[in-house]
Ligand binder design. Sequence first.
Ligand SMILES: *Cc1c(COP(=O)(O)O)cnc(C)c1O
Length: 454
Amino acid sequence: MTQASSTQNLQADSRDHVLPPFTDYQALNAKGARVITKGDGIYIWDSEGHKILDGMAGLWCVNVGYGRQELVDAAAKQMQELPFYNLFFQTTHVPAIELAKEIASIAPEGMHKVFFTGSGSESNDTVLRMVRHFWACQGKPEKKWIISRLNGYHGSTVAGASLGGMKPMHEQGDLPIPYIDHIPQPYWFGEGGNMTPDEFGVWAAEQLDKKIQEIGADNVAAFIAEPIQGAGGVIIPPATYWPTIKKVLAKYDILLVVDEVICGFGRTGEWFGSQYFDLKPDLMPVAKGMTSGYLPMGAVLVGDRVAKVLTEQGGEFYHGFTYSGHPVAAAVALENLRILKNEHIVTQVKEKTAPYLQKKWAELADHPLVGEARTTGLLGALELVKDKQSRERFPGGNTGMRCREHCFNNGLVMRAVGDTMIISPPLVITCEQIDELVALARKALDATWAELKA
Ligand SMILES: *Cc1c(COP(=O)(O)O)cnc(C)c1O
């Protein structure tokens, strides 16, 4: 069979039998899905043999890159020894214990305990139940409201999608569930109007104060936020935002949940985004980079205050998953952390590749299409606009999708969120490979620009 006909067969079988996530089925069926067949380092290959630089690290997760034999070996060894056992009913196993201990050693101060899950969404479901249980245990069951942000992303389960602030997700399935409310996001480029970024950062943080007063502090359990919004479009808050949020939270007795599913495990050049922004979270949901995506796994890191209540006055916590702490996933996560440490990857991001990316990425701001080029750590975004000064977009709202198509066709995965192009490359990317990424991005911008002018 020729390569092309085998691709067509795979696409047909996919169309007939696979319902992929976050997909417009009619649009996809009209053209067929790209079939990815292998990966090595920061590159992937499709079934047509095209080599593609993976600027998204899969889905923000393949942090140590593809093809790491150490992770394969760790999984194989654990599968032979004990492929499955659970942490229910007063049993445990070595990989889960070792992994929890290892995570505690890199976690922000005052976080020593880990509740394992199978994904980021499950972690946020766990968060919702845990924070309400925490307050109920202390005789405050009315403290159950959770405040989140519009256009935040916290996963796709019922609790995850409810905590998230994605309007189209809420419209499907009658979400959010009760006792969750959303405040505006700190997205200066899109929503800052005539304010300076610093003014807007303060304004956006003060919306939390307003919302707490509106609901009543006695009724609010927690505030949840990503340090940097990922799926929402790599939204890096203005410098004033987190310091003002901290001031607001200090006035009230409300838990802080920092969703580290993307920022966790080195993405910002610190182990966690909370360390980057100097936050003191009570709970941190994590997943993605935890195993570099080699196996599904998530967790909630639990701070001392919550852990004390859960362990000393909580009774049984009726919550958990069959695969909580799965031994094979745990063994892979441990090995992944060992690689990150031994190869000094997080330090390399902080001292070398993140500053280099920042400099190179900023050069794209001279492109006629680009209204802003921003990065933090190894997260980056480009705002595509018609008018740089007014930040006005092109009509049609599909400039991002056009650019994304040109990226793919030129050998780069860059994702589009509306007309914002985003990257989150593997943390092992080198400076030379950053040059290649930026050159490919510019090529796609040129092609998009030529198409728009035509
Ligand atoms: C991806 C993501 C999630 C959901 O994780 P899944 O593993 O897809 O369930 C939650 N929060 C954030 C910030 C994410 O980026």
